[in-house]
Design a protein around this ligand. Structure first.
Ligand code: IMP
Ligand code: MG
Length: 186
């Protein structure tokens, strides 16, 4: 799989150490608010690797739920209005909620989900993304916690896919341009 990458953008080691820092940062933030328990909501499928590793670096009680969103009209172009295809099951009213996604691109997905979750009246709602794509924002949503700022390239690995492939790469890299629309996958 690694041969399909034009180059590696974030190594496995860099992901691991940044997640340790993020976990400490998140733990400290909630402790300073006097909170010992949060509800973590991860956006599937993209954030499952990140959420699984990050959760184990957060030293707080954490309930976990998932929300499933469809953001893409084809394999590389996002739709203008992300659709929620499976909503949360936990009651988050009055809770401290941390929403986790893999990457913040146009910002539409997080903006939409934040809006939906706010209707359930959480006490606080914060967002955390592993990657923040520079210069791509179309709506105003900025994350409370972010791992790495990356250039405007289509990336795969560590949860991020192209046509559902490459999620199980342990690093994050730029897919070779000639592989971004191979005819046999269309
Ligand atoms: P946004 O709504 O434009 O911010 O897009 C966020 C969603 O698009 C993320 O949850 C990802 O699933 C997906 N996405 C954005 N950029 C990439 C990329 O470079 N590779 C893979 N998925 C991406
Ligand atoms: Mg995704």
């Amino acid at each position: 799989m690694q041969n399909d990458l034009a180059r590696i953008l974030v190594s496995e080691e860099d992901i691991r150490s940044r997640i340790q820092e993020l976990g400490a940062d998140i733990t400290r933030t909630y402790r300073e608010m006097g909170t010992e328990e949060i509800v973590v909501i991860c956006i599937t499928n993209g954030s499952i690797m990140f959420a699984a590793d990050l959760l184990r670096q957060i030293n707080l009680y954490a309930q976990l739920d998932c929300i499933r969103v469809c953001s893409y009209q084809d394999d590389v172009n996002p739709v203008s209005e992300p659709e929620i295809v499976d909503n949360i099951r936990l009651d988050i009213a009055g809770q401290h909620v941390l929403l986790i996604d893999d990457i913040l691109d146009t910002g539409r997905t997080l903006e939409r989900i934040v809006h939906v979750l706010n209707d359930f009246a959480p006490q606080t709602l914060r967002t955390c993304v592993l990657l923040d794509k520079e210069g791509r924002r179309e709506v105003g949503h900025e994350p409370d916690f972010a791992g790495f700022t990356i250039p405007n390239e289509f990336v795969v690995g560590y949860g991020l896919d192209f046509a559902e492939r490459y999620r199980n790469l342990s690093c994050i890299g730029i897919l070779k341009p000639e592989l971004q629309n191979p005819p046999e996958w269309c």
